[in-house]
Design a binder for this molecule. Sequence first.
Ligand SMILES: [Zn+2]
Length: 400
Amino acid sequence: MWRDLLPVGRDKETRGYRRHAWTGADADCRAWFRDQAESRGLTYELDRNGNQWAWLGDPEAGGAVVTGSHLDSVPDGGAFDGPLGVVSSFAALDELRRRGAEFAKPFAITNFGDEEGARFGLACVGSRLTGGHLTREAAFRLTDADGVTLPQAMERAGYDPEAIGPDPERLARIDAFIELHVEQGRALDLSGDAVGIASSIWPHGRWRFDFSGEANHAGTTRLVDRRDPMLPYAETVLAARREARLADTVATFGKISVEPNGVNAIPSLVRGWLDSRAAGQDALDRTVTAIEKAAREYADAHGIDVTLTRESFTPVVEFDHALRDELSRILGLEAGLDVPVLGTGAGHDAGILASSIPTAMLFVRNPTGVSHSPAESAAEDDCLAGVRALADVLEGLACK
Ligand SMILES: [Zn+2]
């Protein structure tokens, strides 16, 4: 499976993957998924939101156990974020068949569409639509950098965008969704474990800071006469790092826009975007409040106006406790493993679906912790341990 996927959507220069939603590379990934499903005698299905399903047993019967992840990537992404979950799902089914396991419930493997949001700027579009967290109207307004809307992109890829929308009947037929994913951090590397279970997805949000000053000539304006918004912005970046360290959270200014953006001009406006995440809501609130306070003080000191806009916010997602305990029990029994339970600062389809159905996640060790980069990696032994763990879980949940 990895050999098939290796060249799909890979950039020759960066060696990173560009499998963006509804592009040719995405179509190749989807064709691969369908092949894998059909070669195993599974019933292939495309849902109204462009998510792919491979069914064993009757989807209509209810009580289904579903596993899967996504095949799309961020710009210049790595090989494992997404595909590891899909490949492991097919491999786990193969393992269960080798064991002679008999399914007592309907079972499906999924590929959720447009998880990374690389093209239209919103993550988890496929699962959000299905769960009713993204309206049809809002989805129709999504536009890529070339001005192509989501329905146009779907249509060009040969899909019918008219059908998109919430799919509660589908979700009602699912008892459990398990997503295996490469870890996007070093917790498992540090604890020395190949596999872990997710506890929750951290609350996270994005805030825009607009620092407004006065544009002027970089050569002729005396320092004392300047109202330079870059200065309080720079101090705010340092404050974000300091406050995150104090509160044991993360805070990042990763995007900035400057007006007029000239080498020889004092800026009139510096706009910076803060991404902050924390294990708990209180710590996140403390961090962002402290950064805001610092920004206002620095702006005041430089005669600059600053406004703060919260652009998005996602509260903590707790994965289903009963399912999580069941996973711990199964993995403890089957392999004698004391599997660590860890939180994550990254979003996933399983997190979106958690408000509709019981969901759980398994993480596979990432030795460097790097993700969303061609340097993302996982050792073959760890990937195989992930497959065995997933097979154990599926056997415990879905088989006789
Ligand atoms: Zn992912």
